[in-house]
Design a protein around this ligand. Sequence first.
Ligand code: PEP
Length: 255
Amino acid sequence: MRRKLIAGNWKMHGSRSMADALVGEIAAQRPQDADVLVFPPFPYLASLAARHAASGIGFGGQDVSAHQGQGAYTGEVSAAMLADVGAQWVLVGHSERRQYHHESDELVALKFAAACAAGLTPVLCVGETLQERDTGQTEKVLARQLDAVLAISGIAPFYTAVIAYEPVWAIGTGKVPTSQEIGDMHGAVRHRLIARYGQEGEKVRILYGGSVKGSNAAEIFAVPDVDGALVGGASLTAADFLPIIEAAAANAPAE
Ligand code: PEP
């Protein structure tokens, strides 16, 4: 069993004062037996990372440019810039980026590589739509999304990088797969990694994401191969986020 990682994706929510107060509350009240990180909107990242540098909470960007170095890419934020303002993490391939910004598997793979090159730790999101699930394509979709990244970056970055399995139909909907379904999909990702890279595939942390709440977190964290959670809506208040961190900490491996 690995130490759990709880990541909060704030999406396009909050304000400067809310961001500072929320991180302050989480830092003060969180149990220490789980790793915690947040993905605030870009404008709040630098000041949060500076003000809460000693909190032990990690900070990351919700997206990153696939372009490395500098360039004429209006609106883009490079991985080096994120690292420069104190981010250690970055989300790549969130389903909202894939869906609304038409990010292909190949673009996501380039973003992943750019993040690694700048010393950031990527959280790679993979997951199937409802239509893909209903037509029996879930495992094929996960394999395709994963293989695109492995083809460029290989397995080595995944000793620190993280995979987040997020069924698209469970994000923000209140619908959660059964524990059996979550276990099956995490197992499928794990088997793919092991099939390609042998026992090295055992080291990769795989998070579950999609309508995780304080009320269902303990059950989800008890599923084999679930190494934590990527949390959207329930990461926006300390009252909702802390119980999830507590459930993760209660599930920590014995020292
Ligand atoms: C997400 O945004 O990645 C997510 C899992 O959202 P929610 O927890 O609200 O379903």
